[in-house]
Design a protein around this ligand. Sequence first.
Ligand code: IDP
Ligand code: MG
Length: 135
Amino acid sequence: MAIEHTFIMVKPDGVARRLVGEVVGRLESKGLTLEKMRMLTISDAMAGEHYAEHVERPFFGDLISFITSGPVVAMEWSGESAISVCRTLMGATNPAEAAPGTIRGDLATVLTENIVHGSDSPDSASRELALFFTA
Ligand code: IDP
Ligand code: MG
């Protein structure tokens, strides 16, 4: 049991589809606390840093084009086990396989357009929060 801070981002598809309130509402209803929020359009350089772990993957180019294609809403959330709790609320990476009741399971069908990003570990959370909130 520990209070954690995590980085959550509504991706360009989620913003374009007017799902910011839906995502924020689900996290708030769960009992997590919204600490910071910032709307921005990510630069290529920042996208490369954010997704550095995927640089060798065949879909890296598409990932960077997509995440820089429009505004995103970047957030810091806190709460008990916030990192894994948010990953559970988000659902599986591929929305076609994500469970009903999750954000991706309820609201998306396409792998690249899966509405939200959430940190997958304490190290990722620290790195991503620093990238978006101290730059
Ligand atoms: P995550 O967002 O659930 O943590 P990651 O494996 O970190 O998933 O992948 C980052 C993002 O890259 C995913 O959210 C998804 O949009 C995209 N992605 C992951 N795997 C593929 C793939 O095989 N093809 C195309 N896009 C992918
Ligand atoms: Mg990831």
